[in-house]
Design a protein around this ligand. Sequence first.
Ligand SMILES: N[C@@H](CCC(=O)N[C@@H](CS)C(=O)NCC(=O)O)C(=O)O
Length: 199
Amino acid sequence: MYTVIGSLQTRALRVVWMLEELEQPYTLDPKRPRHPAVVALNPSGKVPVLVDDGTPIFDSVAICQYLADKHGRFTFAAGTIDRAHQDSFTQFAVDDVEGPLWTVAKHTFVLPEEYRVADVKRACQFDFDRAIVALGSRLGSKPYVMGETFTVPDLILGNCLAWATSIKWRLPEGNVSSYFDRVRNRPAFTRALALRSAA
Ligand SMILES: N[C@@H](CCC(=O)N[C@@H](CS)C(=O)NCC(=O)O)C(=O)O
């Protein structure tokens, strides 16, 4: 049995999405970041944390990839060229797509007010837009980044694109928008969002 620690307003949502994809049972413990119980598991105080049989694992991408590997779904095997390409997409999702979003969040509500720089948001949006052009080009006409198979980077990208639209960043018409529709309409994501709405 897994326990997911972290409110569904955070990146805990993507861990729940993965568990829903895998149809694995779990319990939710919607603690806020930096709660003493979180710090006891993850010294940075960040969520999500997944507790698997008493062992904490943190960092949402590591958690999602661990779950995919463990259950043998939504991933190519380690040590293959396909896995190298898949991991490249995951890294791209984290650096190029999530990076600007997280920087905006930090300068909106995470950092102490005296450290927030309002103008950084414009630069982040520019950076994000460039990443989306690159995504469109890497995606081409494939349904998912690795082709026919939904894999970990699709989940991370889908979560980031939903995050972007929630702060009113627009996606261009075309293959990235249809990709986003395809990913966000997966039943497992719909279930994860319903849990967030009910929380
Ligand atoms: N790389 C980590 C980042 C985790 C993270 O920064 N989580 C946010 C919530 S989405 C958090 O706990 N922030 C608290 C803080 O930075 O003080 C992951 O993907 O899990």
